[in-house]
Design a protein around this ligand. Structure first.
Ligand code: TYM
Length: 323
């Protein structure tokens, strides 16, 4: 089984990325042949600042390794180290109906938030399809917001196979974990850098404290009263990082009343710190050895490129490019 997924290097990793995709991807590295990449071509749709993009790419590689990616078990690479993917993207775009892209929520959301409607932003799902299809991927672990893009990928693969021969491209499946499909942010909406509601994995402790104690939105239920469970912004986050027994205790304390949100927030803060501290320590070790990250990315690029070249050669032959 070939597993593949990618993340955009758009700043520091947040816990939505971690629980929505990375945690599942790290578990899957033990179950198959896993390829994970840093989607720097995709980030060019929002970052036009070369030093910033390079430093985000490096930070994300370090984050991946700190979270437990084992470069002996899977391939970690930079998307742009495999430029073949852009050629495949062009070929795929010639069978991709405009309507398919026009229906993509992610594009519409980004435009609504004021991001310039560039061609790259519009064609983003085609490049994502190329990312997935060039590695003959079976399974794509993602959060719910990427589900539609994997469905577009399936449609494009089917169109290619109809036009140029059955079996030319493998039709992949999204893998979405129900419990963490949409991790909420500090305001209860989907956690996203663009909503400024994130909790980063490797947040500075003082900033983390400020975010949880001051920015995490709660309602105005009086201390002595029971607190609502369904609309809680604290419980869904606590569930991710607390033991089941601690989580159940917090639910019971909500129902009982007599405990204020400040107390629940302190428990959440402690649970977050103890969950991510071992990864933060590992991160510090990796940062101290810069050559390590370079080696991992160089080896990853070589392995990924070898697979991509084969698929691209197959596709070029099928569509009539070259001799
Ligand atoms: P990106 O960088 O926006 O997000 C990376 C992964 O994190 C998941 N995610 C979430 N999951 C649950 N709750 C949240 N609040 C949350 N926020 C983010 C995303 O669903 C994603 O799985 N287009 C992709 C990158 C990409 C890619 C690919 C992914 C490029 N090519 C090929 C898979 C296969 C993106 O922008 O993800």
């Amino acid at each position: 089984m070939r597993i593949l997924s990618g993340l955009q290097p758009s700043g520091r990793l947040h816990i939505g990325n971690y629980f929505g995709m990375m945690d599942a991807a790290l578990r899957l590295q033990h179950e198959g042949d896993a390829y994970y990449f840093i989607a720097d071509y995709h980030s060019l749709t929002s970052i036009h600042d070369a030093p910033k993009l390079r430093s985000h790419v490096r930070d994300l590689a370090i984050d991946f390794l700190a979270c437990g990616l084992d470069p002996q078990k899977c391939v970690l690479f930079r998307q742009s180290d495999v430029p073949e993917v852009t050629e495949l993207s062009w070929i795929l775009s010639t069978v991709t109906p405009m309507g398919l892209l026009e229906r993509c929520h992610s594009y519409k959301d980004k435009i609504a938030r004021g991001i310039a409607a560039s061609h790259g932003l519009f064609a983003y799902p085609v490049l994502m399809a190329a990312d997935i299809l060039i590695y003959d991927s079976d399974v794509v672990p993602v959060g719910k917001d990427q589900k539609q893009h994997v469905e577009v990928t399936r449609d494009i693969a089917i169109k290619m196979n109809e036009a140029f021969g059955e079996g030319l491209l493998k039709v992949p499946e999204p893998r979405i974990r129900e419990e963490t499909a949409v991790v909420p942010g500090l305001d209860g909406q989907k956690m996203s850098k663009s909503y400024d509601n994130t909790i980063q994995l490797f947040e500075d402790p003082a900033d983390l404290k400020k975010k949880i104690m001051k920015k995490l939105v709660t309602d105005s239920t009086a201390l002595e009263l029971p607190k609502p469970i369904e609309t809680s912004t604290i419980l869904p986050l606590y569930k991710l990082v607390a033991s089941p027994a601690d989580y159940d205790a917090m639910v019971a304390d909500h129902q009982r009343g007599g405990i204020g949100y400040g107390d629940f927030k302190k428990r959440l803060l402690e649970a977050l710190v103890s969950y991510f501290t071992p990864m933060a320590e590992r991160r510090a070790e990796i940062v101290a050895d810069p050559g390590y990250v370079d080696r991992v990315l160089a080896e990853g690029a070589e392995k990924a490129r070898a697979v991509a070249r084969k698929t691209l050669a197959r596709v070029r032959a099928a569509v009539g490019l070259g001799d």
